[in-house]
Design a protein around this ligand. Sequence first.
Ligand code: NDP
Length: 678
Amino acid sequence: MKLASYAAEHWIEPPGDAAEIRSAIDGSTVALASSRDVDFAAVSKHARKVGGPTLRKLTFHQRADLLKRLAQYLTEHKASLYDLSFHTGATKRDAQIDIDGGIATLFAYSSFGRRELPNDRILIDGAPVSLSKGGSFIGRHVLTSLNGIAVHVNAYNFPCWGMLEKLAPALLAGVPCIVKPATQTAYLTHAMFRLIVAAGILPEGAVQLICGNLGDLLDHVTGQDVVSFTGSIGTSRLLRDHPAVSVNATRFVAERDSLNAAVLGPDAQPGTPEFDLFVKEVAREMTVKAGQKCTAVRRILVPDALVEATGQALSEKLARVVVGDPRADGVTMGPLVSLRQRLDVLERLAELAPETERVFGNPEAISPVGADAAKGGYLGPVLLRATRPDQAAAIHSVEAFGPAATIIGYGGLDHAVELARRGEGSLVASIYTYDVEVAAELAFGLAPYHGRLHLVDRDSAGESTGHGSPMPGLVHGGPGRAGGGEELGGVRGLGAYMQRTALQGSPNLLARLTGAWSKGAAQVTANEHPFRRAFDVIDLGETLQTASRTITLEDIEHFAGFTGDNFYAHMDEAAAKANPFFPGRVAHGYLILSFAAGLFVEPAPGPVLANYGLDSLRFLKPVSPGDSISVRLTVKQKAPRNAQYGEVRWDVEVTNQNAETVATYELLTLNALTEKAA
Ligand code: NDP
């Protein structure tokens, strides 16, 4: 199979002398790859001139729709990918994590886009910032799509998920992508990419693929671009220090070596559910993808007294692992991706040897099921134990990227934290305890050094997503050695591909620019009640100022009797007076809300279909019997939902007879479109 690159809507075949990519199973040639004939300047130009402008014209909802359709298409056609996936050394279960996990990430981002982002091209970040006494000059942050390209340099271990987890947030943010898979498993990325192109869903220039090396692509990056890398520290440094990347301050996101820990709490003695969960998860983490996972557990931290028991329990589990051709019956762990990677792991194990003793496994003395041990990257699981953890250095810095991990004994919890921190920054750590205080001490000791903490106990284990699985809605990345990058994390993930800008100006101008009204911007009074105005007709700033209504003691007592809310602040003068907040009996907050609705509602059937809820409700001043309240209702924001209706966010302010604000909130209604607009 020749792996063509996809550049400027053309497939560029590799030349005759392209590099051979060998199967992890038996060393046979699976594919040929070379990007020598790719014009990288043209690739960069195509993304900038065609892909970027087209994507940026779409709203977040339209881009989310593309992701969903793409995910559906890939789901329908994914079956063809599994056979190919075996050649990477992946078992069927490993392939599901890669292929199905990748597609699930697309679905998740499509959903974040539709549920959490506006049907717009810009994102408002936070509330208006007051900058002047008179209120005529304010500030507001917005995020806009970078006008550049995203270069995604991926690792070999997740050819599909690695591509899709980077594509999803970038495309949703409106940035075109150039995918450069690791050559060793590029045939699987290539096969999925062919499906993406065949689907014909993404606009021209939105995605391109480089099979082979990166050529001079980085010479063409600018300050509007993002390079997102997953792989080794050495390559990360090389790319980050590329002159164009450093001179242009091109955004660089790195996810790289990580010596992740699993920490067993002192309470989790053998016989407790937490001990069993720990052993099961560590064994799984060591062997899924033959340990070639950036999140795999490398350091197993247990109380000194439990080193022996942990070693025994893990050895029993690891003894059941069946290494072999992932296509053969009964095989639970496939080979490493290549003979080279196998050699690399053996070299790393040799570096760990002076600081450790072997508890389980002789990696080279295995007979893989259905395979020739000399032809594929076969390696048995290896469990080590640190002999002098405090004096050791390699166990905290050398990542053997295979089915290997080291048990490290600790004294107290602060010792456990100190040892884990010696990894100098990791993607994830797991904590196994049923003791809240142990969990707190470990979690907050480890948090500054980790991107994710996985807390496991008997209550959550049944539904836990596992130590090693990055979730689309949660941050994936870690400080220090792990690269300092942050990916995924729901809509946070779009931040890497968008520029945050502080806008300063009049409230009125900023309301028009951002589509979000704020206090101080113009208020418009239409000829008709705003509840008679359909979604497509009603405008930002349209305001209703109501008449006032006096609240009597009878109102308060009636409300208390009717609702059953006889709280002393409303019903007991002496008790209310004794309360530092109230002058005496006061109106219920809910009474104020109800009367406010009574003042602003227009009762006849009309475009307002439903009250959808309240946000940011605050009661700011008590309302005493005899006080009069009135309401200002202003259209703050509009968000289209579908062809029938949209969501109107109203700014509501309730004031008393002295023009003091007694309550503020945002009211959400669903408003129908006019028949013409629908
Ligand atoms: P590399 O850093 O060598 O490769 C990662 C990516 O960078 C690949 O796409 C590779 O392409 C590309 N690349 C390599 N050299 C260059 C270069 N000079 N210019 C541009 N791109 C380049 O990592 P490996 O995949 O070989 O893995 C090596 C080690 O890295 C592992 O043993 C493991 O320790 C660590 N690793 C860590 C991961 C993590 O997420 N924490 C994930 C994967 C690996 P090509 O394949 O074409 O060379």
